[in-house]
Ligand binder design. Structure first.
Ligand SMILES: Nc1nc2c(ncn2[C@@H]2O[C@H](COP(=O)(O)OP(=O)(O)OP(=O)(O)O)[C@@H](O)[C@H]2O)c(=O)[nH]1
Length: 322
């Protein structure tokens, strides 16, 4: 039996991983994908944002970071995929934005059972051109994501000028001389082929994985990289104007500590879900699926960052009711 190719998608919070996942599904429409989504937070919002694929082909690993405490769960999902004879011919894994992909790759390289069924195709790292320089200063894990990948998508080029692109390219090359760098907007691939290239070269990351194993013997698994997440749920409609004004001010005042906001909103007087996303201070709201008649209309907002004062944030969010 031929092995199933595996593409691992990494990159810091909000860099464009789910957007790439959607673009890959659309571009390679003849493939049968299985998808493993690992989201940081108890509520998996990303799986709602993946389009054009049956929900039974998406496997969620929630409430933890795949590189810290979910490796066992990853193993169980991989076994389930094989034993249930799930109909797929390519596996896509989207890691959390704070995951060090090293330990995931280590499973594919060193575990004899996984190795006999799956073959690493490539490790793709999304880089957010707008925020990468400041994120790199704060988060070591971003350096590791860049260093370990064989393909780097330098994304969000619509938000930066040529000069900044050049300086980021130099920054990336200092961290990884081997990777192919592809420039993109909204994680679009153009004519680039990203699947079945088998561009992943274990020798380039061997050194890195050894370092990671040493660290994992400490309490690496307990700290989620110092980044916290909180979930807010509300079954009363929220007010569009209030939420817009609050979010703007909240992100401006906390731009160094709030990395990511994702939400599915039930707004007063609106028949569709509103998908809310922010990466640092950039906010995007799009219209999602309509709420059906008998469905519980519930807003869910996930906030990811450092030093979250959950009590105060929760209180502020409750004030946004219509
Ligand atoms: N302006 C701009 N926005 C982008 C681009 N790519 C993605 N986005 C937006 O950035 C936000 C985050 O994109 P995602 O694809 O969800 O990023 P992600 O890496 O999956 O995020 P996490 O799973 O939270 O780590 C969304 O609002 C996207 O629409 C881009 O090239 N330009």
């Amino acid at each position: 039996m031929s092995k199933i190719p595996v593409t691992v998608i990494t990159g810091f919070l909000g860099a464009g991983k789910t957007s790439l996942l959607n673009n890959l599904i659309a571009k390679y429409s003849d493939k049968k994908f299985a998808i493993i989504e690992n989201e940081f937070g108890e509520e998996n919002i990303d799986s709602t944002l993946v389009e054009n694929i049956q929900s039974e082909d998406i496997f969620e690993l929630s409430n933890g970071c795949i590189c810290c405490n979910l490796n066992q769960e990853l193993f169980v999902v991989l076994q389930k995929l094989v034993e249930s004879k799930h109909d797929f011919n390519h596996l896509l894994i989207e890691t959390t934005g704070i995951a060090d992909p090293g330990s995931i790759l280590a499973s594919f390289i060193s575990d004899p059972i996984i190795k006999s069924q799956f073959e690493l195709d490539s490790v793709i790292c999304l880089v957010d051109a707008k925020n990468v320089d400041s994120d790199l200063k704060k988060e070591n894990v971003l350096s590791k994501q860049v260093a370990i990948s064989d393909t780097i998508l330098l994304n969000k080029l619509d938000l930066v000028n040529e000069e900044k692109i050049e300086s980021i390219l130099n920054l990336i090359k200092k961290k990884n001389q081997h990777a192919e760098i592809i420039k993109s907007e909204f994680s679009k691939l153009g004519n680039h082929q990203l699947l079945d290239q088998f561009s992943y070269k274990p020798e380039n990351i061997f050194h890195h994985i050894l370092g990671l194993e040493t660290r994992m013997k400490g309490n690496f698994s307990e700290n989620n990289h110092g980044i916290q997440n909180m979930l807010f749920k509300c079954d009363e409609p929220l007010d569009q104007m209030k939420i817009g004004m609050w979010l703007d001010a909240f992100l401006q005042f906390n731009q160094d500590t709030i990395y990511r906001v994702k939400g599915i909103l039930n707004l007063a007087g609106v028949d569709n879900r509103i998908i809310l996303q922010s990466v640092h201070t950039q906010i995007q709201a799009t219209v999602g699926k309509a709420w059906s008649g008998d469905e519980k209309r519930e807003s869910k907002i996930v906030i990811i960052g450092k030093d979250l004062n959950q009590e105060i944030i929760e209180k502020n969010l409750l004030d946004l009711k219509a």
